[in-house]
Ligand binder design. Structure first.
Ligand SMILES: C[S@@+](CC[C@H](N)C(=O)[O-])C[C@H]1O[C@@H](n2cnc3c(N)ncnc32)[C@H](O)[C@@H]1O
Length: 273
């Protein structure tokens, strides 16, 4: 994962595992497994068995996937050996041997790694935003499509809205630590944004820039066009329902027409091979 060099940390910050804090702050692998399962069944009418987690980091989704069904296999791909090693330690070693044997982690670039056919490929937490040029993005998407079964799907999430395009700081108190998401720059001409994750502790210590991001904030129409150019047959754009109070409910649907604009949103695209 894209770790930056943290400043000299003290006390609680020094003993904390940034990968553990990251996962507790931004990931929910069992929820992702249920999400993928539900939408795959809806579009394909069968149970998805083989999953690839691109930009897998610690491969938490791979582990949750093989745990969820004894027939399931998972392959995780990431450039960062440190994140993969943390994933082996945190998620693969605790698995029963029979489940561990169904996970393969590959250190490599998602644009070049040779792929076996899978039912589902996921690129979550906006990781493809690390690809800044359209030709790179299309090349990556083409590789994803070639690595899917004939009825395979590609699931990616998208971040957007006015508040994703400003310098901003969001804080979430998890009790033992505070998760801080800081957006430090956004260029409207290129949609390049810089952001970082920090963690703060009750003793005043902090892991500054535990993870840092240099992204291109791709828009939904740009992604849909790139997916079609890469050969995907159809792209479904999901959106999150809002409740009477106007707040997002966590429940996703595929809108038939326009949706109402929101200051900050996070949704999913599902592309059919
Ligand atoms: C935001 S983390 C995502 C971790 C996890 N999958 C999640 O959903 O939270 C992005 C990961 O992408 C990896 N990465 C960035 N560019 C990559 C590339 N071209 N090929 C493979 N991995 C890449 C980084 O090493 C990092 O671990």
């Amino acid at each position: 994962m894209q770790r930056s060099s943290p400043r000299r940390a003290r006390a609680l910050a020094r003993s904390a595992d940034p990968y553990d804090l990251y996962e507790r702050s931004v990931q929910d692998p069992p929820r992702d497994v249920a999400f993928v399962d539900r939408w795959f069944r809806r579009y394909r009418g069968r149970t998805p068995l083989h999953l690839r987690e691109d930009f897998c980091g610690t491969a938490a989704l791979c582990a949750a996937w093989v745990r969820s069904d004894g027939r399931r296999t998972a392959e995780g791909i990431d450039l960062c050996p440190e994140a993969l090693a943390a994933g082996r330690r945190r998620h693969l070693e605790p698995l029963p041997a029979s489940a561990r044997a169904r996970v393969r982690l590959v250190a490599g670039d998602v644009r070049t790694v040779h792929r076996r056919a899978v039912d589902v490929t996921c690129a979550l937490n906006f990781s493809y935003c690390a690809l800044h040029e359209r030709r790179d993005l299309v090349r990556y998407f083409r590789r994803v499509r070639r690595g899917l079964a004939d009825d395979g799907i590609f699931v990616l999430d998208v971040l957007g809205g006015r508040d994703a395009m400003i310098d901003n700081e969001e804080r979430h108190d998890h009790g033992a630590f505070v998760y801080v998401w800081e957006q430090t720059s956004f260029d409207p001409l290129t949609h390049r944004m810089k952001a970082a994750i920090h963690f703060e502790f009750p003793d005043g210590s902090r892991i500054h820039r535990a993870f840092a991001y240099d992204w291109r904030l791709w828009t939904v129409p740009e992604l849909c066009d790139a997916l079609v150019d890469a050969g995907f047959a159809r792209v479904h754009r999901l959106w999150e329902r809002t409740g009477r109070d106007g707040e997002f409910t966590g429940s996703l649907y595929e809108p038939k027409g326009a949706v109402s604009n929101e200051d900050l949103w996070w949704t999913y695209l599902i592309a059919e091979a």
